[in-house]
Ligand binder design. Structure first.
Ligand SMILES: NC(=O)c1ccc[n+]([C@@H]2O[C@H](COP(=O)([O-])OP(=O)(O)OC[C@H]3O[C@@H](n4cnc5c(N)ncnc54)[C@H](OP(=O)(O)O)[C@@H]3O)[C@@H](O)[C@H]2O)c1
Length: 199
């Protein structure tokens, strides 16, 4: 299984740190030449591999960590996303709901990434919190996952566990998913709730 993170800003770097902590290889990409952020990637760890966007999208599991408005540009890089899982980390805060046809923002993104399996996740925490070691107070930091594809949610749940988090599945995008989505200028009830699970 191969992994990539598209977007290497606050959230992309926080996710990269989680991969580095566990020694799991992940490629990272932006619109820029990989040499321009190679030093930042190396500073996080040797398993963080800077790549061109066209190469990074070859991964099986792709974290979408760009601003919501940039997702169509990423979606254009492949004619089909069949066989891939997109983890939608974006928050469409401030995007008028009517621009999304009233749909959950992740379903709008799913249309752009045609044929991909999509899981909304890792988006409910601020970057400064997601950046930290998820082993907290003897428990594991919670990440929420929502998807209309149960198998994809299970796959990302396993990855979240391997990264040291405690995943909680909320169900479909139009059900539990709404708890972790921004809608217009409001936030779902679970956004920014920094929770830990104890075994
Ligand atoms: N910041 C938070 O606390 C937070 C928390 C939860 C969720 N989120 C969500 O996470 C996403 C990223 O937020 P952020 O704060 O990390 O934003 P950011 O710091 O502005 O980073 C965005 C990254 O995306 C890259 N990018 C822009 N357009 C791209 C494209 N077409 N293809 C590939 N890469 C592209 C940018 O690099 P170049 O411009 O150099 O290409 C940059 O590395 C947003 O959707 C945000 O709503 C943020």
């Amino acid at each position: 299984m191969s992994y990539s993170i598209i977007g290497f800003g606050n959230i992309g770097k926080a996710l990269a740190k989680a991969f580095a902590r566990k020694g799991i290889q992940v490629s990272v990409a932006t619109t820029r030449d990989p040499e321009s952020f190679a030093a930042d990637a190396a500073a996080i760890g040797p398993t963080i591999i800077p790549k061109k966007l066209a190469d990074a999208v070859k991964a099986d599991i792709i974290f979408l960590a760009v601003r919501f408005e940039s997702h169509p540009d990423v979606a254009k890089t492949l004619p089909t996303w069949q066989g891939k899982t997109i983890v939608d980390v974006t928050n469409a805060y401030g995007v008028p709901p009517e621009e999304l046809g009233g749909q959950p923002s992740s379903r709008f993104i799913a249309h752009a990434f045609s044929s991909a399996r999509l899981v909304k996740g890792f988006n409910h925490l601020g970057a400064a919190t997601l950046d930290q070691d998820p082993a907290v107070h003897g428990g594991r930091r919670v990440v929420f996952l929502a998807s209309d594809d149960d198998a994809a949610a299970a796959e990302i749940g396993t990855l979240a566990e391997n990264l040291g988090f405690s995943p909680i599945k909320l169900g479909g995008l139009s059900e539990g998913g709404l708890l972790v989505q921004a809608r217009g200028n409001s936030w779902g009830q679970l956004i920014f709730k920094d929770l830990a699970k104890f075994d």
